[in-house]
Design a protein around this ligand. Structure first.
Ligand code: F6P
Length: 363
């Protein structure tokens, strides 16, 4: 009897809405169309190192399309090439890639589907170079992956952030305040830009355009002089002042990307209040943006990406990430994805459109 082909599937990095929709798409298509078997690796590369996995049957992925999070669990720290081990108070790093690779081979996995952002896909690329057939699926609310026009999870995060901004409008109007809404996005301003435009933010601060507090304060005062006694400021967590620095919330030493941003909203809020005399409050959307059911757009995108990944496996097109190019799906070499992150270009048409409706970027 011919051996069935086996796919391994893992989710790495932060969770985001739509991961389960990808797991469902990959598993259903692999089983139904190609008669493959699917093994779910638990907690990302952690499960690969410690051999934690379970077989995924059709019924395991039925009914998960609308679920947030990931049924497989994930890890933001496990990197087989630099695995953090606590020794007393000290943290040491070991190369466990041989163990991870041996586990993939022992399981008889013909291709590993790695769903993740730049950190996860970088590791996937290293595994590929070490002889493991892999296919990547782009996931991040930040929308900052090179090689794809959009990642799933982004639309859901923008939806939630926009809802937050909408709600803050009400209280800002009622109490004639300035309200700051800090959103995620890491070093890219995509979430702030899109949610800021969708939510009608008066001022939008993104990492790509360093801000000047005096300009922001003047905008708030000018609005107030025109009788607009409420102002909404949407701040990306990675925003920084001209000549200044980002605000770091914590450092996670064992992580591949140790810096966790957060808190700039409070800094900007205090500065606005001081400069304008207008009472100001700050709301941090934080992890709310990563939770809950994916939007219909993300469910569709996740299904398209997941099913395309299986077709690539069937054709033995390994070492690539499934990508979106315009309205079509494409494939991009993982080595190109690993080259950095995709921030908002200064000539991004949405910045221009926002400026034409009187949105201030603090510059
Ligand atoms: O990359 C996704 C993201 O949510 C970023 O927007 C944010 O900076 C970071 O992860 C938060 O990380 P953590 O979940 O470790 O707090």
């Amino acid at each position: 009897m011919e051996n069935k082909r086996q796919i391994g599937i893992l989710t790495g990095g932060g969770d985001c809405p739509g991961i389960n929709a990808v797991i469902r798409a990959v598993t259903k298509k692999a089983i139904l169309e190609y008669g493959m078997e699917v093994i779910g690796i638990e907690d990302g590369y952690e499960g690969l190192i410690h051999n934690r996995h379970r077989k995924l049957h059709y019924d395991d992925v039925s009914g998960i399309l609308t679920l947030g999070g990931t049924i497989l669990g994930t890890s933001k720290t496990a990197n087989p090439y630099r695995y953090a081990i606590k020794k007393g108070d000290k943290l040491e790093f070991e190369d466990c890639s041989n163990t991870a690779i041996a586990n993939v081979r022992k399981l008889g996995i013909d291709c590993l589907v790695c769903i993740g952002g730049d950190g996860t896909l970088n590791i996937a690329h290293s595994l590929f170079k070490d002889g493991i057939p892999v296919v990547g699926v782009p996931k991040t609310i930040d929308n900052d992956l090179i090689g794809t026009d959009i990642t799933f999870g982004f639309d859901s995060a923008v939806f939630i952030a926009t809802e937050g901004i909408d709600r803050v409008h009400d209280t800002a109007q009622a109490l004639h305040r300035a309200m700051i809404v800090e959103v995620m996005g890491h070093n890219a301003g995509w979430i702030a830009l899109h949610a800021g435009v969708a939510g009608g933010g008066d001022i939008v601060l993104i990492p790509e355009i360093p801000y000047d507090v005096d300009i922001i304060a003047e905008k708030v005062k000018e609005r107030s002089r025109r009788g607009r006694r409420a102002s909404i400021v949407v701040v990306s967590e990675g925003a920084k002042p001209k000549g200044g620095d980002i605000v770091i919330q914590r450092t996670v030493k064992e992580s591949t990307d140790p810096i966790r941003l957060g808190g700039v909203g409070f800094v900007v809020g205090a500065q606005i209040e001081k400069a304008t005399g207008i009472e100001t409050r700050t709301v941090v959307m934080g992890h709310l943006q990563r939770g809950g059911t994916p939007t219909p757009f993300d469910r569709v995108l996740a299904t398209r990406l997941g099913t395309k990944a299986v077709d690539m496996i069937a054709k033995e097109e390994f070492g690539y990430m499934v990508a979106v190019s315009g309205s079509a799906l494409a494939k991009v070499a993982l080595e190109d994805v690993a080259k950095g992150s995709r921030t908002v270009p200064l000539d991004e048409p949405l910045i221009k459109a926002a400026r034409s409706v009187d949105t201030c970027f603090g510059d």
